[in-house]
Design a protein around this ligand. Structure first.
Ligand code: KE4
Length: 427
């Protein structure tokens, strides 16, 4: 595979942009190669600057659930574009997307749009603190909630990929108000939340963790989180930046029937444009400025292009049978991939919920951060490079999800399984 143009661009980018990338995992350090520079994308495929074509399982880290450049989304963006790219004033598209989001998510009465998932979680935390008058946030090891200071404690995603526990530049004074405890551990959860010496404002969780690789919540764990937070007057925040509109039209909360007090969204609700949102119970959301005293603002918040792309995406997702078809396709693919690993005696554990999955090179079961860490990352690196050379674009990290979109065809998945078979035979 010729990658000369990507290599030249990477060399130039490294002189101009730290690490040559605008988000660390993209540098592909943990999988032992250099990044491919992408020129364009369509449907399930992305094309690099050297003209190589790949079946894309990154899907821009989740947003592209319809595939790239879906005609309805492109049309909506074009239409919005003709009317201007940003007003800094309210526009009808914000109301339309707010209606779609609040209708879809059972626990969300009101929603505020921002420009990234990081902004959504950061603002939800401020709101939970403002609402309760308390300070401490409880999170779970390996869950990632964007890069705001308070959440960079045993966070997943890029931090685990690069093998770093937290980040310089985050003052101790700030993270002393963050407690990180193991995912899926009911005893530690109960002990922590019942500790009256702690001044707990909120619990934030990924209802399906997808930033230490995909890790499913045990039903009793989810139930306990909800029951205890309710009993103790602690705000429960679901970070549905990945799971929102991915696991079902109503997100993880509708799929599992567990309602948080606040929900954070991003990715899919922007149809591939920069967006985030947080929403929830009216009583809490009314604390946000200008209705209430908790301040939060944004120059590009509710951006018309992002709102248009998001609304067009949600309307497609709302069509009957969308999730049934997508999930059935993902299930079949996951079963076939698992069978191939078994056939070639590759030690692997595949975790999946709906159309997001992670094949861990680990004995398993993978139920939390500690068990995720048993994965053989060197093996994942080899798998990644070999799949890439066979035209399959996976996340350049063992600890991320692989996303299947509506645009992935039978032929794409067959090609991917054939590539996996040939790679498993040499692992
Ligand atoms: P952004 O600020 O990146 O839009 O969203 C932050 C965020 C918040 N919550 C969850 C559950 C998330 O998964 C994310 C961002 N996800 C990563 C993928 N692991 C973004 C890609 C990256 O950082 O390289």
């Amino acid at each position: 595979m010729n990658t000369a143009k990507s290599q030249a661009l990477f060399a130039q980018a490294q002189k101009l942009i730290p690490g040559g990338v605008n988000s660390p995992v993209r540098a592909c350090k943990s999988v032992g190669c250099d990044p491919r520079f992408i020129a364009k994308a369509a449907g399930s495929a992305i094309y690099d600057v050297d003209g190589n074509k790949y079946v894309d399982f990154v899907c821009s880290w989740g947003p592209m659930i319809l595939g790239h450049n879906h005609p309805a989304v492109v049309e909506a963006i074009k239409k919005a574009l003709e009317n201007g790219t940003s007003f800094g004033a309210p526009s009808p598209l914000e109301v339309e997307l707010a209606e779609l989001v609040t209708e879809a998510l059972p626990s969300v009465d009101m929603v505020r749009f921002v420009s990234s998932g990081t902004e959504a979680t950061m603002s939800a935390l401020r709101l939970a603190r403002g609402y309760t008058g308390k300070k401490v946030v409880v999170k779970f090891d390996g869950c990632y909630h964007g890069h705001a200071d308070s959440f960079l404690v045993k966070a997943g995603s890029g931090l685990i990929t690069l093998g770093i526990p937290g980040s310089p530049g985050v003052p101790d004074d700030i993270v002393k108000n963050t407690i990180s405890i193991p995912y899926n551990n009911v005893e530690v959860l109960e002990k922590t939340l019942r500790d009256e010496s702690l001044d707990i404002a909120c619990v934030i969780m990924e209802p399906v963790a997808a930033n230490m690789g995909v890790v499913l919540p045990k039903p009793e764990f989810m139930q306990k989180v909800r029951a205890l937070t309710k009993e103790l007057g602690i705000v429960l925040i679901f970070d549905e930046v990945i799971t929102g509109f991915r696991l079902s039209y109503g997100g993880a909360q509708a799929k599992f029937g567990i309602m948080p007090d606040l929900t954070c969204l991003g990715k899919i609700i922007g149809g591939g444009l920069p967006v985030g949102a947080y929403g929830g119970k009216k009583e809490i959301m009314k604390q946000i400025s200008p209705e209430g005293p908790v301040y939060q603002a944004g120059t590009l918040s509710g951006n018309p292009l992002a709102m248009a792309a998001g609304a067009a995406t949600l309307k497609e997702l709302k069509k009957p049978g969308f999730y049934e078809t997508l999930d059935a396709k993902a299930e079949k693919f996951a079963q076939e991939l698992t069978a191939l690993a078994k056939k070639y005696n590759v030690q692997a554990t595949l975790n999946r919920e709906g159309s997001v999955m992670t094949p861990f090179f680990a004995k398993g079961p993978v139920t939390d951060f500690e068990s995720a860490m048993t994965a053989d990352t060197d093996k994942y690196g080899l798998y990644y490079r070999e799949m890439l050379n066979r035209g399959v674009y996976l996340a350049p990290s063992q600890f991320e999800g692989a996303f299947i979109s509506a645009a992935h065809t039978e032929a794409d998945l067959t090609k991917t399984l054939e590539a996996a078979e040939s790679v498993f035979s040499i692992l």
